[in-house]
Write a protein that binds this ligand. Structure first.
Ligand code: GLY
Length: 583
C-alpha cells in the first residue's frame, strides 16, 4: 500500500494522537464523533442505488449506466465497499441478499453467511476453566474467523442473474485501487477508536497506522495494490481463485498463525464453502408483505414479530410524537427479542419452532401490549410458539456490536437487490490478508454452549452459521416489490429497520424522512434513545411508564429505495457518509 500524505503533517500527528486518547478515554463510539449530515430525498425514473459510501454508489451507477443490471451493480458496489469501507464488509466476510428477479417475478434470498470451521467445537469461546472469554479477547485474532461467504455469493448470483461479463464488473474497484481514494473523516475516526487492536498485527498496522500508531488522517490517499491484485485474480479465476489456491492458503495461514489467538479455519473449510438459496421469510403488515432473510438470520422473523405485535394498535392515529407509540413499539421489540434469544439460530442445525410468525400466536403476544406502562422484566419472557417438537433451549447471550453495511439497488428492468454485508465487528478480526480484512463472525455465536443443562440454540457447532440480526428487506405490495431497505448496527439493526418501515407505512413519511426520524430502540429492557435528537423529548414520559432509558448515539446506516407509480425515491442515512444516485 502507498500512502500520499496530506498537508500539515505535524498538525496531523498532534491532532490524531489527541483524538485517539480522547475517544478511547471517553469510550465514545467513533461514529458519533463524525455526526449527522443532512440528506434530501432523491428521485429518479430508470434506476437507483443507495449505499454507505459515495465511491460505491458511483461504481454502481457507472455499471447501471453502462447497461448492467442490479446484480452487476451489486458486485461492483461490494468490491468498492471492501476497499473504501474496509472496516464494515468485504471479501473476508459474509452477506445476505434478498433479491427480486423481474424476469421470473420471483423473490428469493441468498445466504452467504460465514460458517464455523469443521474443527470448531462448542468450547471455542471458553477459557480453560470453561468460562466465556472476554469479548475482544475472542474477536481479535484467528479464533473468531469463519469461512468467508461473500465472494462465493457474488459469483454464484452473478452467474445466475448478472448481465455484463463477470470481469467487467470488477473495473470500477480495480481502477480505484490504482487511482487511490481519500480516507474519510469517518474512517479516520473508526481507525482512531480501534487503534490499539489494529496495532496488534503487522499487515493491519501497516495499512491503517503509522509505525507510531497514528491513524491515517482524513484526506490521506490510499492506494491498495494488494487488493487490486486479489480482485484481478478473482476477476480472472472466479470465486475458485479465492476459495482454493494462493489466496485461500494465505487466509488459512494468517488465521492459524495469528499470534496469541490462533484459529482453526482450514483449506477444506474454504474449498467446501456453499452459498445457500433460501425462501424469503415474510410477515404481512397492513396489507404489505415484509420479506427478508430467514435463519441463520433472526432479522426477518424479529422485524416481522415486532410489526405483527404492533399491527392491532392504531399507530397511525397515535403518530410519531406520542410516547404511547414508542411504548407499544418498544415493548413489542422486547417480546420479539425474548423469542429471538430463546429460539432463533441456524435452522439447518437447530430445530426451531415453526410458528414464530403464526397469526394466532402473534395476536396472543400482542395482547401483552394492551396496558399503559412498560412491561416488567418478568412479563418479558419468551412465548410458546406453535412447534412440532419439544422446546428445550436456554436463552442466548451473544454480543453483537454495531458494524456492517447495507445497500439497495433497483435497475431499469425492475430487478431489486437488498443486501446487508459484514465482517462483523468494525475491522473484523483485525487480521488482514492481501489488502482485505478477515471477519470475526464466529463471535456472533453464544460463547456459552449451554445454561442450567439446557443447550443454547445459537451455540458453536462445526459447519454451523452464527445467528445474525442482519435484516435486508424487500417489501412486496400487490405481488410486486415496493421498497428495499436494511441497515447495519448489530442487533439494533432490527429496531432501525422496523422503525423505518413503521415511519413510512404508518406515518406516511417518505423514505428519507423515515430514515432520518430519530431512533428509539429497545432490545433487552433498556430503551436506547438517539442522543442529541428530538427523541430525547420522550425520555421523561418513557421513564414515567417504567422504562429504563439511556440517551446514546445510534449509528444506523439505512439505505432504502421506494418504487412508486411515478418513479423511484431513495434515502441515505444522515448518520453515515452514504449517497443515493439514480437516473
Ligand atoms: N454481525 C452482524 C450480524 O450479523 O448481525
Amino acid at each position: 500500500m502507498l500512502r500520499i500524505s496530506s498537508l500539515f503533517v505535524c498538525f496531523f500527528l498532534l491532532f490524531s494522537n489527541f483524538a485517539i486518547s480522547e475517544q478511547l478515554a471517553d469510550g465514545i463510539a467513533p461514529e458519533f464523533a463524525v455526526g449527522r449530515s443532512s440528506k434530501s430525498l432523491v428521485k429518479a425514473k430508470d434506476f437507483m442505488i443507495a449505499t454507505a459510501n459515495p465511491h460505491a454508489s458511483k461504481a454502481g451507477y457507472a455499471i447501471l449506466r453502462a447497461g448492467g443490471n442490479a446484480v452487476d451493480a451489486m458486485v461492483a458496489v461490494q468490491l468498492v465497499l471492501g476497499l473504501v469501507e474496509p472496516q464494515s464488509s468485504g471479501l473476508g466476510g459474509g452477506a445476505f441478499l434478498v433479491y427480486w428477479d423481474a424476469a421470473t417475478k420471483k423473490l428469493t434470498t441468498f445466504d452467504g453467511r460465514e460458517t464455523a470451521p469443521q474443527a470448531a467445537t462448542s468450547a471455542l469461546f471458553l477459557d480453560d476453566e470453561g468460562n466465556p472469554l472476554k469479548f475482544f479477547d475472542a474477536v481479535v485474532g484467528g479464533r473468531s474467523v469463519g469461512t468467508p461467504g461473500t465472494v462465493r455469493l457474488l459469483h454464484e448470483v452473478h452467474k445466475a442473474h448478472g448481465k455484463l461479463a463477470w470481469k467487467d464488473v470488477f473495473a470500477p474497484a480495480i481502477e480505484l485501487t490504482k487511482a487511490g481514494f481519500e480516507v474519510s473523516p469517518r474512517l479516520n475516526a473508526l481507525i482512531s477508536n480501534s487503534a490499539e487492536t489494529l496495532y496488534r498485527y503487522e499487515a493491519t498496522r501497516h495499512y491503517f497506522l503509522s509505525e507510531e500508531g497514528v491513524p491515517l488522517f482524513p484526506g490521506t490517499v490510499i492506494v491498495n495494490k494488494p487488493y487490486g491484485k486479489t480482485l484481478k485474480a478473482i476477476a480472472e479465476g472466479g470465486a475458485d481463485a479465492f476459495y482454493t489456491g494462493e489466496i485461500a492458503r494465505d487466509i488459512v495461514e494468517t488465521v492459524q498463525k495469528a499470534e496469541g489467538n490462533p484459529g482453526v479455519l482450514s483449506l477444506e473449510d474454504m474449498a467446501n464453502y456453499k452459498v445457500i438459496q433460501r425462501e424469503a421469510v415474510c410477515a404481512n403488515y397492513r396489507g404489505n408483505d415484509i420479506c427478508g432473510m430467514g435463519p441463520p438470520s433472526s432479522g426477518a422473523l424479529t422485524v416481522g414479530q415486532i410489526l405483527k405485535m404492533v399491527e392491532p394498535y392504531d399507530l397511525k392515529t397515535l403518530g410519531p410524537s406520542n410516547p404511547e407509540s414508542w411504548r407499544i413499539i418498544g415493548d413489542a421489540s422486547r417480546l420479539a427479542f425474548a423469542d429471538r434469544g430463546r429460539y432463533m439460530a441456524d435452522s439447518d442445525f437447530v430445530k426451531m419452532p415453526k410458528g414464530l410468525l403464526n397469526e394466532a400466536y402473534m395476536q396472543e403476544r400482542s395482547k401483552l401490549l394492551g396496558g399503559t406502562s412498560a412491561l416488567t422484566k418478568d412479563e418479558v419472557s419468551p412465548g410458546n410458539p406453535p412447534s412440532d417438537h419439544a422446546l428445550l433451549f436456554s436463552d442466548d447471550e451473544a454480543i453483537e456490536l454495531p458494524s456492517t453495511s447495507h445497500f439497495s439497488i433497483v435497475d431499469k428492468e425492475g430487478n431489486v437487490v437488498s443486501m446487508t454485508t459484514t465482517i462483523e465487528n468494525g475491522f473484523g478480526s483485525r487480521l488482514m490478508v492481501r489488502g482485505f480484512l478477515l471477519n470475526n463472525e464466529l463471535t456472533d455465536f453464544s460463547f456459552r454452549p449451554e445454561r442450567n443443562g439446557k443447550p443454547i440454540a445459537n451455540r458453536v457447532e462445526p459447519g454451523k452459521r452464527p445467528r445474525s440480526s442482519m435484516s435486508p428487506t424487500i417489501i412486496m405490495r400487490d405481488g410486486k416489490p415496493y421498497m428495499a431497505i436494511g441497515s447495519p448496527g448489530g442487533s439494533r439493526i432490527i429496531g432501525y429497520v422496523a422503525k423505518t418501515i413503521i415511519a413510512h407505512l404508518d406515518w406516511g413519511m417518505d423514505v428519507q424522512s423515515a430514515i432520518d426520524l430519530p431512533h428509539l430502540v429497545n432490545r433487552f429492557g433498556t430503551y436506547d434513545v438517539e442522543a442529541g435528537t428530538s427523541a430525547e423529548q420522550f425520555i421523561p414520559a418513557l421513564e414515567a411508564m417504567g422504562f429504563k432509558v439511556k440517551a446514546r448515539g445510534l449509528n444506523s446506516g439505512l439505505h432504502g429505495i421506494v418504487i412508486t407509480k411515478n418513479g423511484l425515491e431513495g434515502g441515505a442515512d444522515p448518520r453515515r457518509e452514504g449517497l443515493v444516485s439514480g437516473k
